[in-house]
Design a protein around this ligand. Structure first.
Ligand code: DUC
Ligand code: ZN
Ligand code: ZN
Length: 506
C-alpha cells in the first residue's frame, strides 16, 4: 500500500512531520516528508499534511539515529577508575552527535554477582539517561553460579551480548574459561564480544620498558605491539570456531588483524568485528607529545599508523568490519583518570581510553561519506543498522522503516565545524580531535518521536530514555567452505557431543 495514503486515511494528525528531506531507508533514498505518530514512523515519502509539530529538512539528510554499541558509561575500569561520564552526560553527548541508542557495559568485576551488577547499572541509567539504552555484560568472573544460572537468566532477560577480555590481569579470562563462555553463548544464543590482546606479550614488553625508565605515554603504543592484537584475535577466532559459535572482535586497530578476520570469514567462520574513530583518525604519533599530554590519546589497543588507518577503512568499506562504534571511555586529564600519580604517572598507570561518543558519527559523515569513501547506505549500516541487527534491536531500532521507533537525525551536510572540547557535552574535558575541521552535523535529533536536540539545545528530561530489553542477535550465517579443515575434520561426532551438538556424549 502507498505509505502516504495509508497514513492519510487514518485522519489523525502526525505528532511530528519532518518535511522535504532526503530520507535514507533500507537501500533507498526518498525525497519527501516523514510522519511520526506515537513515537513511531508512520509515513515515509510524498507530501504530508501539517503535523502537530513540523521540522523543515529541506536540503538535509534524514537518517536513522545512530546506535553506539560500544561505550563505557559510569563504569569503573579494571584498575578501579570511574570514567568521567555518567548516564546523563554520556547520553546528552551522544544525542548531540546524532546517536539515539547506546549499548554500554554493565561491568562485573571479580567477586561480583551478575544480578547485583545489572541491578546497579539499571538503576543508575534509569534515573539519568535521556535516550534509549541497553547493556552488554562484561564478564570477569565466570564461576559455576555465573555460568549455570546467572548468565543464562540475564541472556533470557535481554542482555544478549557479553564482553570478555583476553588481557588486563584483573579482567582476563584464560582460554579454557573463554571456551566455557563461548559454549554457553552458543547454547543460549548470545553474542560474545572479545577484547583481543595477548596479555603476556604486553606485560613482557611493558616491564622491560619501565625497567629502562621508558615511562612516557608513547611507550603505551610500544607495549601494546600490533602482534599482541593479531595473535589474540587469531586465537579467539580459533576458540570460537572450535565451539562453532559466532564471535565479535571489538575495537580492531591493526591491519594484520583485519586480514586475519577477512581470511577467517573467507573460510566460513562466523567472525564479526568492529572498529572505532580513533583507529581512523589518530595514530601512535599522537601519544608522542610533550610531558604527559600524550596520555589523552592512549587507548587499548592503541592507534597505529597511516597504513593501519587505510586497512581499517578498507575493512569498513568491504564489510569485513561490521560496526563502527565510539568505544567512548572518557577519563579526565587529572588524578581521577589519566594522571593518578600526577607528573610521576607511567603509561602503565594511566586510565585507558579516549572520549568520542559525540564525534563518532560527525567524523565518519565528514571523512567517510562526504569525502566519497563510503556511500550514505554504508554510513547508515555502519553507524546504526548493523548494530541493531547484531545486538537484537532490529527491526525496532536502526533503520527508517514503517513501524520502527522514530529515532532520527537530520543532517546538514553544508555545516562546517571546527572541533573544540568546549562545544562538546561529555565530561572528559578534552577531545583528541581538537582543532580539526569537519563538514556535516546532525542539527535536529529525534528519539522515539521526541525532538531531543534542536537549535543546539537539549529538550529532553533526565531519565526520559527507555531501557531496551534486547532480542536474539540476528547474525549473518556463514557455512564452512567445502575442502577446508573445518568442513572435513574437527566437527566429528565426539566434538559435537562435547559442545552439546551431538545426540549423546562420547
Ligand atoms: N577496552 C575498551 O573496550 N575500552 C577502553 C579500554 C579497553 O581496554
Ligand atoms: Zn576493550
Ligand atoms: Zn571499550
Amino acid at each position: 500500500m502507498d505509505t502516504t495514503i495509508a497514513s492519510l486515511i487514518g485522519e489523525e494528525r502526525f505528532d511530528l512531520t519532518i518535511r522535504g528531506g532526503r530520507i535514507v531507508t533500507d537501500g533507498r533514498v526518498i525525497e519527501g516528508d516523514l510522519g511520526v505518530r506515537d513515537g513511531r514512523i508512520a509515513a515515509i515519502g510524498g507530501s504530508l499534511p501539517p503535523g502537530l509539530r513540523d521540522v523543515d529538512a529541506t536540503g538535509r539528510w534524514v537518517l536513522p539515529g545512530g546506535i553506539d554499541s560500544h561505550c563505557h558509561v559510569e563504569q569503573r575500569s579494571g584498575m578501579g577508575m570511574m570514567c568521567a561520564d555518567d548516564f546523563y552526560s554520556a547520553t546528552v553527548s551522544a544525542a548531540f552527535g546524532g546517536t539515539t541508542t547506546i549499548v554500554p557495559f554493565a561491568a562485573q568485576h571479580r567477586g561480583m554477582s551478575v544480578p547485583e551488577v545489572l541491578a546497579d547499572y539499571s538503576q543508575r541509567a534509569a534515573e539519568k539517561a535521556v535516550i534509549d539504552y541497553g547493556f552488554h555484560l562484561i564478564l570477569a568472573n565466570p564461576d559455576a553460579t555465573t555460568l549455570s544460572q546467572d548468565l543464562p537468566a540475564a541472556i533470557r532477560d535481554g542482555i544478549t551480548s557479553l564482553k570478555v577480555y583476553m588481557t588486563y590481569d584483573r579482567m582476563k579470562l584464560e582460554d579454557i574459561e573463554l571456551l566455557d563462555v563461548l559454549a554457553l553463548a552458543r547454547a543460549e544464543g548470545a553474542l560474545v564480544m572479545v577484547h583481543a590482546e595477548n596479555n603476556d606479550m604486553i606485560r613482557w614488553i611493558a616491564q622491560r620498558l619501565i625497567d629502562r625508565g621508558h615511562t612516557a605515554p608513547k611507550f603505551h603504543g610500544v607495549a601494546h605491539d600490533p602482534l599482541a592484537e593479531t595473535e589474540a584475535a587469531y586465537r579467539a577466532i580459533a576458540l570460537a570456531r572450535l565451539v562453532d559459535v559466532p564471535l565479535l572482535l571489538v575495537h580492531v586497530a591493526g591491519g594484520d588483524t583485519v586480514e586475519v578476520i577477512r581470511q577467517a570469514q573467507l573460510l566460513g567462520a562466523n567472525v564479526l568485528a568492529e572498529s572505532c574513530p580513533q583507529y581512523l583518525f589518530l595514530t601512535a604519533d599522537d601519544m608522542d607529545r610533550p610531558g604527559l599530554e600524550g596520555a589523552m590519546f592512549c587507548c587499548s589497543p592503541p592507534a597505529r599508523d597511516a597504513d593501519a588507518q587505510e586497512a581499517i577503512w578498507r575493512g569498513l568499506i568491504d564489510g569485513t568490519l561490521a560496526t563502527y562504534s565510539s568505544d567512548h571511555a572518557p577519563y579526565r586529564f587529572d588524578e581521577t583518570g589519566k594522571l593518578p600519580k600526577g607528573d610521576a604517572t607511567t603509561f602503565k598507570e594511566m586510565a585507558n581510553g579516549v572520549p568520542g561518543i559525540e564525534l563518532r558519527m560527525p567524523l565518519l559523515f565528514s571523512e567517510g561519506f562526504l569525502k566519497g569513501r563510503i556511500d550514505i547506505h554504508q554510513f547508515v549500516a555502519l553507524t546504526a543498522t548493523n548494530h541493531a541487527k547484531l545486538y537484537g534491536l532490529a527491526p525496532r531500532k536502526g533503520a527508517i522503516a514503517l513501524g520502527a521507533d522514530a529515532d532520527i537525525a537530520v543532517w546538514n551536510a553544508e555545516r562546517e565545524t571546527t572541533i573544540t572540547a568546549a562545544m562538546l557535552h561529555d565530561n572528559a574535558g578534552y577531545t583528541p580531535y581538537e582543532g580539526r575541521t569537519i563538514q556535516g552535523w546532525p542539527e535536529v535529533v529525534v528519539s522515539r518521536g521526541r525532538v531531543v536536540v534542536e537549535d543546539n539545545t537539549l529538550h529532553a528530561e533526565r531519565g526520559s530514555g527507555a531501557y531496551l530489553r534486547r532480542g536474539a542477535p540476528d547474525l549473518p550465517r556463514r557455512a564452512p567452505v567445502p575442502g577446508t579443515d573445518r568442513q572435513n575434520r574437527s566437527h566429528g561426532r565426539v566434538l559435537k557431543a562435547l559442545i552439546g551438538l551431538g545426540e549423546d556424549t562420547p
